[in-house]
Design a binder for this molecule. Sequence first.
Ligand code: MRU
Length: 361
Amino acid sequence: MAGPGIQPNQTANTVKTIEWTPEGIRLIDQRLLPLREEYLLCRTYHEVAEAIRSMAVRGAPAIGVTAAMGIALGVRQSQATDRDALKAEFRQITETLAATRPTAVNLFWAIRRMSELFDGLMKKKASIATVRTKLEQEAQRILEEDIAANKALGGHGASLIPNGKTVMTHCNAGALATAGYGTALGVIRSAIAGGKNVDVLSLETRPFLQGARLTAWELQKDGIPTTLISDSMAGHFLHSGRIGCVVVGADRIAANGDVANKIGTYSVAVLAKENGVPFYVAAPLSTLDLDIASGESIPIEQRAASEVTSIQGVRIAPEGIAVFNPAFDVTPHSYVSAIITERGVVRAPYLESLQKLKNQQ
Ligand code: MRU
């Protein structure tokens, strides 16, 4: 039985990454894949924040959807009996969720969307019961819109995928990274659904191994022919002539088309350009941050050294070694052949094409 005002996610036709249940938010625990397929139930908004921080749920759109649900959950559980107390608690909930991961703009986009709704309801002096119901409905709408956006962008991007060639991808921009279907992997799914003969080369994506653990698992589960290679093999295969294009997702796209995505993306983009291979970025409009002029202003998350010094809990580097672990890099727009969104495909000059796209109704 669903909670008030919200129905369980019935729309995803791939893996169910995020689901609202009467007991809390149910997430497939991406830290355990592919060895164990287990689900994590977040019963409070604090548990939701921890799931995002620890990357039990990850991927820009999935983080946004989960945060929206975390807000709805926090408000549902609030003990506030008057609107002022609820306002204070709402601020605390959104601040806790906003402090989890800094780079994916979808997190802040979802928090802003939920906050605007909340503020409007407060202005109208809606009852606390109404506020709860409306926030739950909005979170569910965000989830459903994300799946629809992925399917739409998949359809637009499919025409860019060359038939009979290999598509290279980095990290996991699939159903696991979204509410369902995926962005980069959505484009690949759509190309295959449209009859193209495509196989995938998945880069392992050190240090967190999203490619080896998640993309390999997700595509194998769908029966999409996939071969795993280590990150250091990217240049070799991009030079080989068998790669038709690269398709990746994004965590934040600046007004000039600079793209923040998983660490290592920039290297792949440079190698793609050097070898004349098109480099495509697939992302919903919720990943655009047109308020920032260029990638230089995108905050890059720094993660724990242990992610680099250990693999799955096994230490591989000497104790005491200095470590850098930026989780993302920025690919300058000059390397991006096109950006694929739910409203269509745009190309350079991005300053104009992205703004035009955003202004379209
Ligand atoms: O650190 P992660 O795993 O959250 O990073 C994910 C990525 O960089 C993805 O490519 C991006 O979020 C797009 S997901 C559709």
